[in-house]
Ligand binder design. Structure first.
Ligand code: BT5
Length: 309
């Protein structure tokens, strides 16, 4: 496995190359590297599928891989991309990177052999899906950690191409109709009441056929045909970046896509079931449910949409 600094080092080089042809010397100066380090980094990009021409001491990008590291080329969000063709779980790798002191890295995989959902459930992650974890160090009080799940789901809903009617079921399932398109698994490290780091794991059934997915699942491909995953991930990461920059606005942006509000719901919580009408989410991402006798604030639980009585 590459050391964590590799992904971080390639990002500024990709940005410099995306700006146009550049001499090795200019790149070295701009990036604060020695010439052999520039050559080594260009070699890494070539091995990752970039076609980079080198004539008269000038590098020029001729083509970019459609997925993988190609996602970082022209990405308008400050994340470094660490790409794996196959991995156990991107969230596990994000945790390793967090423990090595990293931030703002996206672990992206083509396939996961041990994809995880919440509470130990398995997450199917065949080739063609979008499986990634964004490692963030948000300025957020631990009591507001619930917002991060809303952030993940909102980013997916905002990035979904026009023509797909995606809605969010509280807190973080993205559905088309009543079938699941995407899920979010947030894992955090808390210290002294603050969030030290968060791995926001996002799984989207993008360019996958439904026969490769569990019952009850759907994919973007089922609705719009072949999907440009690179473009989708770039849009997703730009949305993540905007949302994390202004956490106070996450509930409002989440609400624009919410399918849960105004509906009768049953939420299974660690303290028992809450049944009633979902009214709103509060500033920490909790669901407010009118049970008929009071308004209950639900911070964790499994939410089910019920038919109106
Ligand atoms: C989730 O869990 O919805 C969170 C899924 C997070 C997956 C991402 S992929 C990148 C990152 N790395 C990881 O290892 N995980 C994250 P939950 O709400 O517990 O839903 C799990 C349930 O969804 C399962 O029990 C199945 O019923 C269903 N399911 C499993 N795989 C699915 C898929 N690909 N599409 C739709 N539903 C699925």
């Amino acid at each position: 496995m590459d050391p964590p600094e590799t992904a971080r080092r390639l990002r500024p080089l990709l940005d410099a190359l995306a700006a146009g042809p550049a001499s090795a010397r200019a790149l070295a100066e701009e990036l604060g590297l020695a010439l052999p380090q520039v050559e080594e980094a260009v070699g890494r990009l070539r091995r990752a599928g970039f076609e980079i021409e080198h004539t008269d001491g000038t590098y020029e990008v001729r083509s970019v891989p459609a997925y993988g590291l190609g996602v970082a080329y022209g990405l308008e969000a400050p994340f470094a991309i660490e790409y794996h063709r196959q991995i156990g779980s991107t969230n596990d790798r994000a945790r390793e990177l967090a423990e090595a002191g990293e931030a703002d890295v996206v672990v992206l995989a083509d396939e996961q052999s041990g994809g995880r959902g919440r509470r130990g459930r398995a997450w199917w992650s065949p080739v063609g899906g979008v499986w990634l974890s964004v490692l963030l160090r948000p300025e957020l009080d631990a009591t507001r950690a619930g917002l991060l799940a809303l952030l993940g789901a909102t980013a997916v809903a905002e990035a979904v191409p026009a023509g797909v009617m995606a809605t969010i079921k509280w807190p973080n399932d993205v559905l088309v109709g009543d079938r699941k398109l995407a899920g979010v698994l947030v894992e955090t490290e808390i210290a002294a009441g603050r969030i030290e780091w968060a791995a926001v794991g996002i799984g989207v059934n993008a360019d996958v056929v439904s026969t490769e997915l569990p019952p009850g699942a759907t994919s973007l491909r089922e609705h719009i045909g072949t999907v440009d995953r690179g473009e989708f991930v770039r849009n997703l990461l730009v949305a993540v970046d905007h949302l994390r920059a202004d956490p106070d606005r996450i509930p409002e942006r989440w609400c624009r896509h919410a399918g849960t509000l105004g509906r009768r719901v049953r939420v299974k919580t660690p303290d028992g079931e809450v049944v009633g009408e979902a009214l709103d989410v509060d500033g920490s991402g909790a669901l407010l449910v009118d049970t008929g006798s009071n308004v209950t604030r639900v911070t964790v639980g499994e939410c089910e949409h019920l038919r109106p009585v």
